[in-house]
Design a binder for this molecule. Structure first.
Ligand SMILES: [Zn+2]
Ligand SMILES: [Zn+2]
Length: 224
């Protein structure tokens, strides 16, 4: 939707000036919101962080590393939870939510974080990418002191099952149009909260409310 009201025009203007998701924020997401696993099939394991594959010879007498064990990747040295699995690729999609401010607004930025990992078949010299990350800012909730919310979001595809990544953010109707009836509030995403938060003083005082009950008020004083 084109911004029509004064409020929508102001939000659109400020939104265009926000800096993109930073490398630091992306690194935090990679480490904290995705799983870090070694997928084990018989005595072979592979790493969700680099795709590296190795044979576990440590306790071949006993046969297997126990489920629930952790191990370390011999290539990238990441600590990993061992999972028994035949899968050769893994896709994860999760949201990171960043709380920040601009002008008189509280903003909640929802970033869809995607991780694609593939097993590397002992071809260690291959230059192919076995791990790939992608980050898409899909929704911004702009909240005034009075609690009025304005949505900037990417459009969704037919059936509202996914975001159209190539499209820019724009003003959206409050409840994501017709799909409101059976899908609920499309834009109130419950992502993993990026730990460095900035809140407008009014929200800091009364807490950010039901949306983030896991953010205790004393933690809301952190600023950038
Ligand atoms: Zn790590
Ligand atoms: Zn690794």
């Amino acid at each position: 939707m084109k911004p029509r009201t004064k409020l929508e025009k102001r939000v659109t203007g400020l939104s265009g000036k926000l800096s993109a998701v930073t490398e630091v924020q992306k690194e935090w997401a990679k480490e904290h919101i995705f799983t870090h696993e070694a997928y084990r099939c018989k005595d072979e394991l592979w790493c969700s962080e680099c795709g590296g594959t190795w044979i576990d010879t440590s306790n071949s007498e006993l046969g297997t590393t126990l489920l629930g064990d952790t191990t370390e990747c011999p290539y990238c040295h990441h600590k990993l939870d061992v999972k028994v699995s035949r899968k050769r690729k893994v896709e994860e999609e999760k949201y990171m939510s960043i709380l920040q401010t601009a002008g008189e607004f509280q903003i909640i930025r929802h970033i869809l974080c995607c991780k694609y990992a593939r097993k590397r078949n002992f071809d260690l010299n291959s230059r192919q990418d076995y791990i790939h990350y992608a980050f898409f800012e899909v929704v911004q909730e702009w909240i005034t002191v009075e609690g009025k919310r304005t949505i900037m979001a990417k459009p969704m595809n037919m059936g509202s099952s996914g975001w159209i990544y190539s499209e820019p953010l724009s003003i959206k109707g409050e409840y994501g149009s017709y799909s409101w009836n059976y899908r609920g509030d499309l834009y109130a995403i419950w992502g993993w909260i990026y730990p460095r938060k900035k809140l407008i003083p009014e929200l800091r005082k009364r807490g950010i409310g039901k949306r983030f009950p896991d953010v205790p008020p004393q933690n809301l004083y952190e600023t950038f």
